[in-house]
Design a protein around this ligand. Structure first.
Ligand SMILES: C[S@@+](CC[C@H](N)C(=O)[O-])C[C@H]1O[C@@H](n2cnc3c(N)ncnc32)[C@H](O)[C@@H]1O
Length: 287
């Protein structure tokens, strides 16, 4: 059965369990890995066998491929958290947004980034979910990612949301190298958003390892923050619990622990009252 990709439908997490998640990405029903879903599938009222469009299969090398039952178009538009997003199914098993950020952090970012004079930088910005939230608040935005393709994708998402004219800088670079240059140039920022991967590659193939590179990156942020208005640090790395992230912000920025919020990033499931845990965050705001 063909499905219209013209009607804009939302992202929905239908169910999760047995290390998988069942999602509707607009009109398309897909199954992906969910590393922390250690409980049985609920299933009802969302059967896992009916009308599946694609199942992502992860391969040993870290990437993967889609096993399609009904191949979706190359891209289509979905809605999520009051934003429009271009959705695509990538070989890596990504869909173009990280839903856990939406349910946990996007409204908070919009509330913090509420001053048109404020400079906000989103490092590891991917397709721009957090950058859109900052732009909606009114702040000037610098969106950075090492991958040119996702920076283009983020620009398209800004256009979809009528934010193409918002004061935004688009940077394809390695996060550390760019911040080192910004320190030398004497630039200043007030809001910082970073969701670093466990392992990644910079624009010139620089290797990023969270355990080695995160603290030096935060030290650069400390030099650029004048004054620090807010910082949001999140990640999906096993072992980096909310208290680990809180302690990092406390130690590097000398912020009172009692003023640092933290928790697990989660996505609500439609099949039950359960939520799918998907990473951790810690955040601090002057407000
Ligand atoms: C977990 S995703 C961030 C998701 C984003 N927070 C969101 O909610 O849409 C990590 C991103 O970091 C980027 N990346 C990896 N290594 C990098 C580096 N050294 N410098 C800058 N970006 C990097 C990847 O290209 C990827 O887009």
């Amino acid at each position: 059965m063909s499905k219209s990709s013209e009607t804009v439908l939302p992202y929905r997490l239908l169910d999760a369990g047995e290390e998988q998640k069942l999602e509707l990405v607009g009109p398309y029903k897909v199954i992906r890995q969910a590393a922390q879903a250690f409980w049985p599938k609920m299933g009802e009222p969302h059967p896992w066998r009916d009308a599946i469009d694609g199942i992502h299969i992860r391969t040993n090398k870290g990437g993967g491929y889609w096993d399609y039952k009904n191949k979706p178009p190359a891209e289509w538009t979905i809605s999520w958290q009051n934003f429009l997003f271009r959705a695509k199914l990538t070989d890596f098993g990504h869909i173009g947004l990280f839903p856990e950020q939406g349910h946990t952090n996007l409204d908070w970012i919009t509330e913090q980034a509420n001053d048109p004079e404020m400079e906000v930088i989103n490092l590891f910005g991917y397709t721009g979910g957090s950058s859109l939230a900052a732009a909606r608040g009114g702040a000037r935005v610098t969106h950075l990612d090492a991958a040119k393709g996702v920076v283009t994708w983020a620009r398209e998402n800004f256009e979809l949301n009528n934010l193409a004219d918002h004061p935004t800088r688009w940077i394809v670079d390695d996060a550390t190298k760019f911040l080192e240059r910004e320190v030398r140039r004497g630039r200043r920022y007030h809001g910082f958003i970073l969701d670093p991967p466990t392992y990644g590659r910079g624009a010139k193939n620089q290797i990023w390892r969270i355990e080695k590179d995160l603290i030096p990156l935060l030290e650069l942020i400390k030099q650029l923050a004048d004054p620090l208005h807010f910082i949001l640090l999140s990640c999906h790395t096993p072992g980096y619990t909310e208290w680990c992230l809180r302690n990092i912000l406390h130690q590097v920025f000398d912020l009172p622990l009692t003023q640092i919020e933290g928790g697990e990033m989660t996505v609500p499931m439609e099949s039950s009252e359960c939520v799918l845990p998907s990473g951790t965050y810690a955040r601090w705001s002057k407000q």
